[in-house]
Write a protein that binds this ligand. Structure first.
Ligand SMILES: [Zn+2]
Length: 109
């Protein structure tokens, strides 16, 4: 009998999942999704075995993947926030996004 995977992973398409959740919260309509998804460690797993919550994810490889992904997001937002052609409100939003992504990245270490 094969060893069962008891780990909780992150979805590989983290931002796709975030946008999907935001849309569902906004419209109240649950979007259709396939039973399984590809994980940060490149496995196929049911959605029940996948989470975006740093406190839930137990797969080390997925934690590293999520850490790198959120850190990258934080750096991109911080860089964009320095663009002087953007309105102040947008720059402020990007700064906040950068800070929260950095916090999530840290939580995944
Ligand atoms: Zn994993």
């Amino acid at each position: 009998m094969g060893k069962r995977d008891e780990l909780i992973h992150v979805p590989k398409r983290i931002w796709h999942k975030h946008i999907q959740q935001a849309l569902e919260a906004y419209t109240g309509i649950e979007s259709e999704q396939s039973k399984q998804t590809t994980t940060g460690c490149n496995k196929r797993r049911n959605w029940e075995r996948v989470s975006l919550n740093p406190w839930d994810v137990t797969c080390i490889e997925c934690r590293e993947f999520a850490h790198a992904t959120y850190l990258n997001r934080s750096l991109i937002a911080a860089g964009a926030a320095k663009n002087d052609f953007l309105p102040e409100a947008i720059k402020q939003e990007l700064k906040e996004e950068s800070e929260s992504a950095a916090l999530v990245a840290k939580a995944f270490t």
